[in-house]
Design a protein around this ligand. Structure first.
Ligand code: 5GP
Length: 179
């Protein structure tokens, strides 16, 4: 499996440090309020698990699953809700937690859906963003790392549901997804 990745882009130590900072910032920004943290399955699960333990204000955790890439590495542009939230978010401050913003299509669509449910506010928190590939204009409120246009895996991010458990963020070798 280690042979499938070409290099470590972000180490587990760098991620851990960043997650602490992000959690502290979110706690300050939402001080005195109550937050609904919405994790986007499955890629954001590991990031969310670490992040919420660095947030010191009261919060709820809920999840949504949306279709994005299937087994390819290119966005189809079609976003479908596979699994919806359990809780109502009406009047709540919502923080969407995502693994990576690539074209931005997924989050643009999700923002609209959640705003239509009359949330008091909807903000975005992502571990990674690839600005080079953005197709739509979205405002990212909290971002961990800006990365180049490479297909990455690890720390929750997969290719064909593999590599999610790798502790850092790694570049996947092209031959793995082109062969
Ligand atoms: P977007 O709608 O912004 O194009 O795509 C967001 C989703 O695409 C992410 O949640 C993630 O599932 C997937 N994605 C985009 N870039 C990468 C990448 O470099 N590696 C992996 N594993 N998934 C990616």
């Amino acid at each position: 499996m280690q042979n499938d990745v070409s290099k470590c882009l972000i180490s587990r130590e760098q991620i851990a440090e960043k997650v602490v900072q992000m959690g502290q910032q979110i706690s300050r920004d939402y001080s005195g309020r109550e937050l609904v943290v919405v994790g986007i399955l499955k890629g954001a699960v590991i990031f969310l698990s670490d992040l919420v333990r660095e947030i010191s204000i009261p919060l709820y955790i809920d999840f949504m699953a949306v279709s994005s890439y299937g087994s390819s590495t290119e966005s189809s542009g079609v976003v479908r809700i596979l699994n919806d939230l359990d809780m109502s978010i009406e009047g709540m401050d919502v923080l969407i937690v995502e693994d990576i913003v690539d074209t931005g299509l997924t989050l643009k669509y999700l923002m609209e859906i959640l705003k239509n449910r009359k949330a008091a506010s909807v903000k975005i928190c992502t571990l990674l963003e690839k600005p080079a590939r953005r197709k739509v204009d979205i405002n990212i409120d909290y971002n961990g790392f800006v990365i180049p246009d490479e297909f990455v895996v690890g720390y929750g991010l997969d290719y064909n549901n593999r590599y999610r458990h790798l502790p850092g963020v790694y570049v996947l070798k092209k031959e793995v997804y082109t062969s």
